[in-house]
Design a protein. Structure first.
Lengths: 278, 312
């Protein structure tokens, strides 16, 4: 199946299902095209193709080891930190129209454009302020008024400002796990990324902290393009607009979230969401 | 049939006996371990205490502020401890930055190939080279080759070479032990290598690097063989020129070119004298050397604690 047909295949019904006029264009922020990925000799992704819609939440679900995290990590070239990994195919980022997995594109450029939040909260052993400002400093933004302003905005966006505004200079390690994860989201948001990748951001958190992160993702959705990997199907159903179901390194099904959860076309998706395997 | 056998074997396990046996084994090992530890500790303590009984009464202000003398009761270690301190200063200034930089390069920047592997094996092996070999190298290269003479600078350079591998290995270990999450956080922000290293990795590696540096320094301060080899004198009745001057430019590096002695050499010299008074002076010097080493280790523990607290 070639990439173009699948793309068209997956888009037109979506617009109809989304209740839009058929001629309304659903803007696309990035397009994964025929992407394969290899850890050394071991192929982990097989010809994955799907669109990432602008300022929408795209969730990736699937059983453990299905390649959903691997796929997410290709999108800011995290695999380049370790030797022996190889990409084939394309991930085109719009509107620049660059293939972010091409060896000609520096991973640093990709990471400067696309922010990432990891499975385990990983703040730096520094103050809350320094953590959020880190992304700005890395980009050479040092002017205090600008940095102060962006730090406040990012912390507000991450729904953390009210909790930490009086202790910005204290260590980030003094925060709870859920707060640390929201801090990491603020850190990723501060430089105003074109896309935000969340790799199972709530897997290390308790239900209350999880609910706050989910709320946050929904609040952010109208402003930022978000791709979230989750092993929690209810979470995907609650917070995402689109869902990609991955299975054994392949994209089994991609559709509007409500379609995936109410009327999946693929047998494997059906089995997974009804809990027959997982 | 076979199934019945299996069931029987599993049935016949006596859990209580197993626990008893395990406990007996643990006890036996604990007794052996404790015995070995006690013997080692008693030997060491006896040595140190014997040292202290001889040496401590001899330590007073005069001992620290007098030059060595022909008469044992008037001999002091002023030139020795000043010499040791200055040599340590040179060693630290040279070895720490070079060692840390080399460690960072090898761990973060160097491509992983066979050349790096060879360098790595060599660096690790260098840490085990006998110190007198470094002395010979320094004698040939620094003293004669560069014509620097037997000076504080040369001693500092020699000891810096000696502890460089220790610092390099410690730096690499410290960088390697930083969690992948921290690394990914730094690079995930779009940081370049230098930013990631200087802003995030190096601060996180600081406790490990510091420990390595101080372990190296503690080794250097007690080194005798390479310093003797490069021709340090045992009898020095003057101090190196002061680094701070009354006239412009106020600082002077003349002291780098001064002849010197260090505490282990002073000790060695006194022990080889026949008069018992000198033996006591040697014991007193040993006590001070020990205290200096302990203080350095204490400082390392304190700084490490402070840094860890600061990171929390």
């Amino acid at each position: 199946m070639d990439a173009m047909t699948q793309m068209q295949f997956s888009e037109t019904p979506l617009q109809v299902a989304a209740g839009m006029k058929p001629d309304a264009e659903l803007p696309v922020r990035a397009r994964v095209l025929d992407l394969s990925f290899y850890y050394g000799d071991k192929q982990a992704l097989f010809n994955v193709t799907f669109p990432i819609h602008d300022r929408k939440v795209t969730a990736m679900i699937g059983p453990s080891g299905c390649g959903k995290s691997t796929l997410l990590r290709t999108m800011n070239r995290m695999h380049d930190l370790y030797p022996g990994n190889r990409y084939e195919g394309e991930v085109i980022l719009y509107p620049e129209n660059i293939n972010i997995v091409s060896p000609q594109v520096d991973p640093m450029l990709v990471r400067l454009k696309i922010g990432m939040v990891f499975q385990k909260p990983n703040p730096f052993p520094k103050s809350i302020y320094e953590n959020v400002a880190a992304g700005l400093w890395v980009r050479g933004i040092r002017k205090k008024s600008v940095v102060d302003d962006r730090v406040e905005q990012a912390l507000t966006q991450a729904a953390l400002w009210d909790e930490v505004k009086d202790r910005l200079r204290t260590s980030a390690y003094g925060l709870s796990g859920g707060q640390q994860q929201r801090l990491c989201i603020a850190r990723a948001l501060a430089p105003d990324p074109e896309m935000l990748l969340l790799d199972e951001p709530t897997s290390a958190l308790d239900p209350i902290a999880t609910a706050r992160i989910e709320e946050l993702v929904m609040e952010l959705a109208p402003k930022v393009t978000i791709v979230i990997v989750t092993h929690n199907m209810q979470q995907a159903a609650r917070i995402s607009n689109f869902t990609a179901f991955m299975h054994l390194g392949r994209m089994a099904e991609f559709d509007l979230t409500e379609v995936i959860f109410t009327n999946p076309r693929d047998r494997r998706t059906q089995d997974y969401i009804t809990g027959r395997f997982g | 049939m076979a199934k019945d056998d299996e069931a029987q074997i599993l049935q016949s396990i006596d859990e209580r006996a197993l626990v008893k046996k395990a406990n007996r084994q643990d006890l036996r090992f604990a007794i052996v371990g404790l015995t070995v530890l006690t013997v080692a500790m008693i030997t060491l303590m006896a040595l140190v205490i014997d040292f202290m009984i001889d040496g401590i009464p001899r330590i007073n202000g005069e001992f620290l502020t007098s030059f060595p003398s022909r008469r044992p009761e008037r001999a002091g270690i002023l030139s020795a401890w000043v010499g040791s301190s200055l040599v340590m200063l040179v060693t630290a200034v040279l070895a720490v930055p070079i060692g840390v930089a080399a460690g960072i390069y090898l761990e973060e920047y160097a491509p992983k190939n066979w050349i790096t592997d060879i360098i790595e094996i060599n660096v690790t092996n260098l840490a085990g080279v006998p110190s007198i070999i470094y002395g010979l190298l320094a004698l040939g290269l620094f003293v004669y080759g560069f014509g620097l003479g037997s000076t504080i600078l040369v001693a500092g350079m020699t000891l810096a070479l000696l502890i460089l591998p220790i610092i390099i290995v410690a730096t690499r270990e410290a960088l390697r032990s930083i969690s992948l999450e921290m690394r990914e956080a730094a690079y995930g922000l779009g940081a370049d290598k230098w930013q990631a290293v200087s802003m995030y990795l190096l601060p996180a590696a600081r406790p490990g690097i510091l420990t390595g540096a101080i372990v190296g320094m503690s080794r250097a301060i007690g080194e005798t063989a390479p310093i003797i080899t490069i021709g340090a004198l045992a009898f020095i009745a003057f101090l190196p020129p002061s680094p701070i001057q009354a006239e412009f430019p106020y600082v002077s590096f003349e002291w780098l070119n001064s002849p010197f002695t260090v505490m282990p050499i002073q000790m060695f010299n006194w022990i080889s004298r026949p008069q018992p008074g000198f033996h006591i002076a040697a014991a007193a010097t040993g006590v001070i050397l020990l205290v200096m080493t302990l203080l350095m280790n204490g400082l390392a523990i304190y700084l490490r604690y402070r840094i860890r607290e600061g990171m929390k």
